[in-house]
Design a protein. Structure first.
Length: 461
């Protein structure tokens, strides 16, 4: 049996920096943040120049896997031709992973769409799906000898809803029809990549990573159960059912059609392709659950707290005629109003396992905090508590039969957090962004190493 993977995760835009180096083109996030003059990832953690040091540290921290994403605009030019310097960079990184005993877990798309494609309609334009399939094939060819754990997309719901519905990510739209179309195109593109992966006979497995939000109800009434189903369709099922079964929830499509939305672009040929090309595994990123009640009144309201001051710009989710999310006054929240709820991970894993019977990786889990990194070692006891409780919850679900194969802390080191800037820190290793990008392990780094060692001993018994 393969060893359990204990790792940590990153994403290209959030950590690499070197935003215009070695032939890399502009991504939609480069373009958007520059245009709005917002804090950006031009330098970020400068992983581009520090990857050896970072991977060595992850390995010395007891980890045996590293989750990263590839930057599409680093790999291809506008005509779809390969940028060899981009390929060379990732081959160096992946080779370095192996040198340090880290199995690479590689995501093809973690939101940094080439800007020239965004300018042509991005995920609303079907041509982007074909361009993505071409990009995926280039990556399978270029890195297939170094990678055997592939992910087509990171969190389709998160980037599509934030970009096209909530409007706090590029391209800042608020349009339900665009959201439906973009979401469908991403799931279709994922299937195109899976088809190419299987046709090419590349080694390994291919899956998808989902921003997993298990749903709880405020009570056990029928009305609440219906609201929970709507919330589950909105948050989870359209990604997980489609990825695992090749089928979108039919009651969700019925509801959308009854609300007057055009679904005619979901053609029989595309649906058949999706049905035939499903994932080998599911990656779940777990930050929080959603507690819901039936919709009462008012317009759709979707607010995300990117301010980082608890209670200010408080997160709010009301989906007109679907459900309302409620705040549980008894649970702890971060400064960004993210609830801390380990029980949700335990319940959620079992639910996903019983429903899909596919291998599961916890591909992200962590807590974002303000931290003073000028000290020699950040004593992040809150992160240790958070990880301990969540890892215990995951292991309980695993002990009860769920096929969980890996856990990745978000994040390997401090990096740029979308719209929240670099001061929202998640890393096991601190990076002093203002002082030469010096790396300093936090207390959680050593705690994680010990925890991994203890669990390995148990595995061997
Ligand atoms: C996930 C993303 C990551 C990461 C994480 C933390 O949704 O996959 O890229 O950013 O969330 O979120 P945030 O940075 O918004 O706090």
């Amino acid at each position: 049996m393969e060893k359990f993977l204990w790792g940590s995760a990153t994403a290209s835009y959030q950590c690499e920096g070197a935003w215009l180096q070695d032939g890399k083109l502009e991504s939609m996030w480069d373009h958007y943040l520059h245009e709005k003059q917002l804090e950006n990832g031009d330098v970020a953690s400068d992983f581009y120049h520090h990857y050896e040091e970072d991977l060595k540290m992850a390995s010395e921290g007891g980890q045996n896997s590293f989750r990263l994403s590839l930057s599409w605009p680093r790999i291809l030019d506008e005509k779809g031709n390969v940028n060899q310097r981009g390929i060379d960079f990732y081959r160096r990184v992946l080779t370095c992973c192996h040198t340090y005993g880290l199995k690479p877990n590689v995501t093809l798309y973690h939101w940094d769409l080439p800007q020239y494609l965004q300018a042509q309609g991005g995920w609303l334009n079907e041509a982007t799906c074909d361009a993505y399939a071409h990009y995926a094939k280039v990556c399978f060819e270029a890195f297939g000898d170094l990678v055997d754990l592939w992910v087509t997309f990171n969190e389709p719901r998160w980037f599509i809803f934030n970009g096209y519905l909530i409007g706090n990510y590029p391209p800042e739209h608020h349009d339900v029809d665009e959201t439906i179309k973009g979401a469908f195109h991403v799931m279709y593109a994922s299937s195109l990549a899976i088809r190419l992966f299987r046709e090419g006979g590349y080694p390994g497995q291919i899956g998808i990573v989902h921003s997993f939000t298990p749903i709880n109800g405020v009570d056990d009434t029928i009305a609440t159960r219906i609201a929970m189903r709507y919330a589950d369709n909105y948050c989870n099922n359209w990604v997980l059912d489609t990825a695992a079964w090749g089928e979108m929830p039919i009651d969700m499509l019925g509801k959308l059609a009854s609300e007057g939305h055009d679904l005619s672009f979901m053609t029989p040929a595309k649906l058949a392709l999706m049905k035939a090309n499903t994932v080998d595994f599911l990656g779940l990123n777990y930050y929080a659950r959603a507690l819901v009640k039936p919709y009462t009144s008012g317009e759709t309201t979707l607010i995300v707290n990117n301010a980082g001051k608890a209670g200010k710009g408080t997160s709010k989710t009301i989906l007109k005629n679907w459900f309302e999310q409620v705040n549980d006054p008894h649970t702890k929240k971060t400064e960004w109003d993210t609830e801390i709820y380990p029980q949700g991970l335990y319940e959620g894993i079992l639910m996903v396992w019983h429903k899909y019977h596919l291998p599961i990786y916890i591909t992200e889990n962590g807590v974002g905090m303000y931290e003073d990194v000028s000290v020699p070692c950040v004593e992040d006891d809150y992160r240790i508590d958070f990880m301990q409780e969540h890892i215990e919850a995951m292991l309980r679900a695993k002990d009860e039969g769920a096929d969980v194969r890996g856990y990745y802390a978000w994040s390997t080191f401090d990096l740029y957090s979308w719209k929240n800037g670099c001061e929202k820190r998640y890393g096991l290793v601190a990076i002093d962004f203002k002082n030469g990008l010096v790396r300093k392990p936090k207390a959680s780094y050593a705690w994680y190493r010990q925890m991994i060692e203890n669990n390995r001993k148990k595995e061997c018994k």
